[in-house]
Design a protein around this ligand. Sequence first.
Ligand code: E4P
Length: 218
Amino acid sequence: MKFFVDTANLKEIEEAQSLGILDGVTTNPSLMAKEGITGSKNIINHYKKICEIVTGDVSAEVISTDFDGIVKEGKELVALHEQIVVKVPMISEGIKAIKYFSENGIKTNCTLIFSAGQALLAAKAGATYISPFIGRIDDISSNGIELISEIRMIFDNYNFETEILAASIRGPMHIIDCAKIGADVVTTPLKSIKSLLNHPLTDIGLEKFLNDYKKGNK
Ligand code: E4P
């Protein structure tokens, strides 16, 4: 399973990259705004900085909602860096644009997926990734992980190459559940990845090993 970080914070991206387990980055307009990155020039520069830190795919989201606008923006984004993946919303104009991009060798991430039907359409159009937002589904008292299972089954039935990129991750158990089901990628805040490191028995065990070493080497 690939690990992406879902952030526009350069320090977090650097820290994730330094762990040696990072496969890519996803961003969105809200994450950019959270870092105070506004205005197209600054946003473009920020994408370039992210691409310089990581070696994998970097999702950059379009703002346009019509076919021509999405295609124009997408082409400008991919011209920035070879690692850029065009993030396109799940709307009919977006599906048309994903089809166009896939026919022209441009990688896409279809975002704002909340149903298996949406995932199926995006895969038919040739999306490289689809992003089901599991945390936001849980937030409305439904089951985001079940959606990942449904999509996995559908994609396997037809050998779709589109990768399931589980998004809107709220904690380490979402990552584990996605791994059990076979999501291809999780995009997550860095803190959820770091939570996977922790176990009290590891801390107790390490403390004992180090103390025993000290005793033996007095
Ligand atoms: C995915 O690419 C989105 O950027 C993200 O995962 C949304 O997460 P949120 O529900 O925490 O905003």
